[in-house]
Write a protein that binds this ligand. Sequence first.
Ligand code: AMP
Length: 505
Amino acid sequence: MSNHLFALIRSRMPEAGKPFLSLADGSGFDYGATLAWSGRYANALKGVGVGIGDRVVVQVEKSPQAVFLYLACLRAGAVFVPLNTGYTATELDYFVGDAEPRLLVCTPQRAAELGGIAARLGAAVATLGSADDGSLADAARGAAEGFDDVSRSEDDLAALLYTSGTTGRSKGAMLTHGNLASNALTLADYWRFSGGDVLLHALPIFHTHGLFVAINTTLMAGSSMIFLPRFDAAEVLAQLAKATAMMGVPTFYVRLLQQAGLTTETVGHIRLFVSGSAPLLAETHAQWRERTGHAILERYGMTETNMITSNPYDGARVAGAVGMPLPGIFLRIVQSETGQELPQGEIGMIEVKGPNVFKGYWRMPEKTKSEFRPDGFFITGDLGRVDDKGYVHIVGRGKDLVITGGYNVYPKEVETEIDAIPGVFESAVIGVPHADFGEGVTAVVVRKPGASVEEDTILRTLEGRLAKFKQPKRVLFVDELPRNTMGKVQKNLLQAAYKDLYGRG
Ligand code: AMP
């Protein structure tokens, strides 16, 4: 038996001198160096006692060495557990306690703060800084580059990714070698990645999008990446001329549109723009097309399932839709409570099945059981519908559904109507406790710069467009919507901020 995912990566690796990862200053690592450095890191891991199945919790800044560490974990048969760099020591306490890693890798700056947690929970500590510094970087530098990849089957764990958990405890999604390999192969093929591609990478690498969608797809196709430490609109614009593809969250596209330098010339070399992790506004899609001539390809996925659907590469990329299920992936829309499949076109719970779907939540057998149907379909928690051409449309998370006076209101439907009103940039519709209705439909709106649209204009406009029960009871204005690092609107924060809007009844 070989190492399922890394053997596949090896089998598709181009010649040693081909660039894999380039930094903004032009320096970088070719495929030969990537193999050598991942081997050194694998030996360094072994040196501190990391063995098969051991978790390695990693909270470090984005750097080439962090990518080598990810590959080293695969090769050593360890389970890579990346954490958001924003997590505090208290949060780390929970993750380390839950994952029970053999090793915690953190930045040299946090070693003192996190060392106590690791010691108490029985994990060793090593450090890795973004300037190739720290104890693990030193150990890797001194280690041999040759490493015998540990045998792993497709069912063995490759990574544990904690969900962002806006409600309740964050859960560790167990992703296998087979999950990651199948999705990477599918995406490289579906999006036509080849050795000639250069992907502009400005996403964080602790999340499925920047880590698996971007890096594994690059590796599968033997492509190259321009690896930026973070998203900075001016820097991205400056680097776009050298790239052939970019993957981003919707916020990237919104910010780039604010740059005067974004023209058809700056993107002349690009063949593909991909967006995902949060809904892309139809207006952003249209503006991007107007400015650059490119139709952004929107796709949909989640930590637990990798990527599920994608707009077509050749066919129409429909604004506001996330496309069709990827090859080999089954998607159905069901009635949430009964699990009964709904007729085409109706809104319901999105469920998926395929080699991409995770193995379950780490040490949460009951939770895992309740999120899968007996026939193996995973209940995503997202509500959506499939249109008559087969495109999937997401209408929001099930938990964001507003139930007012016994009626279901899908936030997306109301948001789409509000967003079309002149002067509105974007909106978020939430349910707020209401004495008469249970929940009151409430709109939180961001105006376009310089616009002065008011609450009564919005309410009057919606009167003719939406049934009475769907019309917001109030419209509130904010300068911007609260978003997490992946660009998702944090409706839970809005709900908390406005919880007393209608009194406590
Ligand atoms: P995460 O696990 O952090 O990747 O979050 C997954 C969730 O992000 C999904 O369940 C969806 O609610 C949302 N999501 C991802 N991609 C899209 C998209 N293209 N449009 C709308 N929502 C999306």
